[in-house]
Write a new protein. Structure first.
Length: 505
């Protein structure tokens, strides 16, 4: 571990960068490629969260009173500011999380896309009206802000995931409190510098660094009306139950075990490209990573040679180096947990046909010995009942399962307790129609390795991949961050100038 002096990060509360007043400790923010300490993050306490929530509540009346169009214009400005800082943001993502700079640039692009989608709020926040539901009686539904909304973000997307929530929340007139992952807090420091420059009313956006105490405080704090979370499935369930118990609106996005079904008629070269990007992009640390390939019939023999060749050709290295294809995982502890999963799969009878556990020795001086490196790993002969085929590994590990038919492939996919995303690779429209109709997952890809939706569509996980009713971003984002109010009205005057009630003064 490099022992250079590192700055202690501030929180952002009520329009100012503020040192925590109730911190219980500090943690190192570590570059997983080199073990360099980049900064220190405070473990803020309850008083710090109270200050952020109080500032948010105080800001609500002024922010809600600003027109929807004016709020959208602030987001247009934010979009330009983030675009100007996009390379700074991408380099921060790579430095603290480890993914390749190409992946990080793509992530920042999706972050900015979320702001662009939220700019449509004058349209997406519109209500509905129906005249004459009865004689001279009209009914309308209007949308109003929920109040103070909080988000608890994960380590794997330091730029994008917080912006699944923040721009939609403030566009709809809410105030916002963010707790970034304590492992990757630096990217949001840059984003909040640009938010600060917008001149929003003090308290509209707040950031509190911290760990478990802040998470638990968000779930129970009486001043918070809605909670968004992204993380592992067990924690997502805890967040959902804890926040709901305290009467909050909640969306909790959990883990996944995403399957990619390859049919015998798949076009092999682009299929392999899609599988490689899905399984090994971001070193497999994505809730939409394809971690299981199900080959149907003859597809196995057609696929495995090209798949292994492509995976062996990937370069593992520091993500900041443009030629790196696979960066480190988030930490050495994560690497060791993933290698344990590989060993367990092997012990259960899977064949390790590509082993990434020795990548540091294989590449020698090309990799920092203190880095959290693990190469692409492929296990063949995996059976659906194996633990490694059922549980989220969250690393660059791809399992291969054989199926004799599309029926069997669908059964394998649907047997998972997760239902985030899945893909099918085929040129058969009939196979696609049946797959999309019968599969029990919220996001489907057709010849697409990562079926994550663009910002204008919701991120629609099912089963243990999502706890709640309303998903993140897109139209669901507006639904989550607004409350509907129905107004039924009639007037007894004909409105023909019969009194001062109809004259503006």
């Amino acid at each position: 571990m490099t022992t250079t002096a590192a700055r202690l990060l501030d929180n952002y509360i009520a329009g100012s960068w503020t040192a925590p007043t109730a911190a219980t400790g500090e943690l190192d923010v570590v570059n997983p490629a080199s073990a360099e300490v980049l900064a220190r993050v405070p473990l803020s306490g309850a008083a710090d969260l109270d200050a952020a929530v109080s500032a948010a509540r105080a800001a609500l009346p002024e922010w809600r009173a600003i027109s929807t169009i004016a709020r959208a214009r602030k987001l247009f400005e934010l979009r330009e500011r983030l675009l100007a800082r996009s390379e700074d943001l991408a380099r921060a993502v790579t430095a603290e999380m480890g993914k390749t700079i190409a992946d990080s640039r793509a992530e920042v692009g999706r972050m900015i896309e979320m702001v662009e989608a939220a700019c449509a709020v004058p349209t997406t926040m519109q209500g509905r009206i129906l005249e004459d539901v009865s004689r001279n009686i009209d009914a309308e539904t209007i949308r109003q802000p929920v109040g103070v909304c909080a988000a608890i973000a994960p380590f794997n997307f330091p730029a994008m995931v917080p912006f699944w929530f923040l721009p939609f929340a403030i566009a709809c007139g809410n105030a916002f409190v963010l707790k970034p992952s304590e492992q990757v807090p630096l990217t949001m420091q840059i984003a909040y510098e640009e938010l600060d420059a917008l001149g929003l009313p003090d308290g509209v956006v707040n950031l509190v660094n911290g760990g478990r105490e802040i998470v638990e405080g968000i779930l129970s704090h009486p001043g918070i009306d809605a909670v968004s979370f992204v993380g592992s499935a067990p924690v997502a369930r805890i967040v959902y139950e804890g926040a709901a118990k305290h009467g909050k609106r909640v969306q909790a996005l959990g883990g996944a075990k995403n399957h990619m079904v390859v049919m015998p008629d798949a076009v092999i070269e682009p299929t392999v490209e899609g599988l490689i990007g899905s399984a090994f992009g971001a070193a497999g640390q994505r809730c939409m990573a394809g971690s299981v390939v199900v080959t149907v019939g003859d597809a196995h023999e057609q696929l495995m040679g090209p798949l292994l060749k492509a995976a062996r050709g990937l370069t593992v290295g520091d993500g900041i180096v443009e030629s790196s294809d696979v960066g480190p995982v988030i930490s050495c502890a994560a690497r060791d947990r993933i290698t344990d999963w590989i060993a367990r799969g092997e012990a259960d009878g899977a064949q390790v046909v590509l082993d990434g556990r020795g990548v540091a020795d294989a590449q020698g001086s090309d990799l920092n010995p203190d880095g959290a490196y693990l190469g692409p790993t492929i296990l063949d002969g995996v059976r659906p009942g194996m633990e490694i085929a059922q549980e989220e590994v969250f690393g660059p590990v791809l399992c291969v399962i054989r199926a004799e038919s599309l029926d069997e492939a669908i059964e394998i996919v649907n047997s998972s307790r997760f239902g985030n995303g899945t893909s099918i690779f085929t040129e058969s429209g009939a196979s696609v129609r049946r797959y999309r109709h019968e599969i029990q997952a919220g996001m489907i890809g057709v010849n697409i390795g990562v079926a994550a939706p663009v910002a204008f569509f919701p991120f629609s996980g099912w089963k243990d991949s999502f706890f709640g009713d309303t998903h993140a971003h897109g139209s669901d984002g507006v639904d989550f961050y607004t409350r509907k109010k129905t107004v039924t009205s009639r007037y007894f005057s004909s409105g023909q100038g019969s009194g001062s009630y109809f004259v503006e003064r």
